[in-house]
Design a protein around this ligand. Structure first.
Ligand SMILES: [Zn+2]
Length: 277
């Protein structure tokens, strides 16, 4: 493992488990969208979406990127220390039951233990979101994937509501990726190579509005890239059914839908990779 060179202040916290003075860290009031990574080894640790204002004096998060943070009893005998699961660098402490957010967890992290990377998001719908996510979560440069619902007319939909076919929502995967490692174009190619984009009104055996092929774009660049690929595929003789729509609010799906095929150790029935490009 190769590590970044640390300043003496960073070393005091990350190696020797010191705590920076409250209200002094550079990420305390930092509000950009992206991912906080380990200062020492660059492992992604926390998403900006999980950062909240606790007024405690240190950056606070109510969730971690799955598997990124290790918990251990603190030497003080009462608190729970958190360290980077990859390099073991000290991050801070985790507290529960304080009631700050609905998740009721506060990762209290030293700014000196962190670095920040801007990330890009993309939203892909290609049928059952378990199968769509299966391929994206394994792609290089992808930091995290989340399944959810988009494009309908109801507030905070549940899976049960979406399955009635009356909400207008579509099953979607939110893909957060590092634009220094991969690109929206790579994501889009993977999208087209892992579903039947010619099928209208569903995907495989899953029929209904919620299983349609849709790309929800977040900026003009993504929109133009999708248009370019629809043309490339049309020129190859495909009848592309994919809809191109601006991204409305994304509603995260229930926990049991997240990373479904990893939890079940299974392989999707509905999404297989086939090389096109
Ligand atoms: Zn680390």
């Amino acid at each position: 493992m190769t590590f970044n060179k640390l300043t003496p202040d960073e070393e005091a916290v990350i190696i020797h488990k010191a705590t920076e003075y409250p209200f002094t860290g550079k990420f305390l009031n930092h509000k950009e969208k992206g991912v906080y990574v380990c200062r020492r080894c660059d492992s992604p640790l926390y998403r900006s979406d999980d950062k909240f204002e606790s007024h405690c004096g240190w950056p606070s998060f109510d969730d971690e990127i799955p598997g990124a943070v290790k918990r251990m009893p603190d030497a003080d005998g009462s608190r729970t220390e958190i360290v980077c699961a990859n390099c073991g660098g000290h991050l801070g402490h985790v507290f529960t039951g304080e009631g700050f957010t609905t998740k009721n967890v506060r990762h209290c992290v030293n700014s000196l233990s962190l670095d920040f990377k801007k990330m890009e998001k993309a939203y892909f719908a290609s049928g059952c979101f378990w199968g769509t996510e299966y391929h994206f979560m394994k792609a290089p440069g992808v930091i995290s994937t989340t399944v959810g619902y988009m494009g309908g007319h109801t507030f905070a939909p549940t899976y049960k509501e979406v399955c009635t076919g009356t909400t207008g929502h579509v099953e979607v995967v939110e893909v957060v990726f590092d634009p220094e490692i991969t690109s929206f174009e790579n994501m889009l190619r993977l999208y087209y190579e892992t579903h039947d984009f010619e099928q209208v009104g569903g995907q495989g055996p899953d029929i209904g509005e919620q299983y349609q092929s849709v790309v929800f774009y977040v900026n003009e660049n993504q929109k133009q890239m999708v248009e370019k690929y629809i043309k490339i595929l049309t020129d190859k003789g495909y009848k592309v059914a994919t809809q191109l729509r601006p991204a409305p609010e994304f509603w995260e799906a229930e926990d049991y839908h997240q990373e479904y095929y990893d939890k079940k150790n299974g392989i999707p029935y509905c999404h297989a990779y086939r090389k096109i490009f």
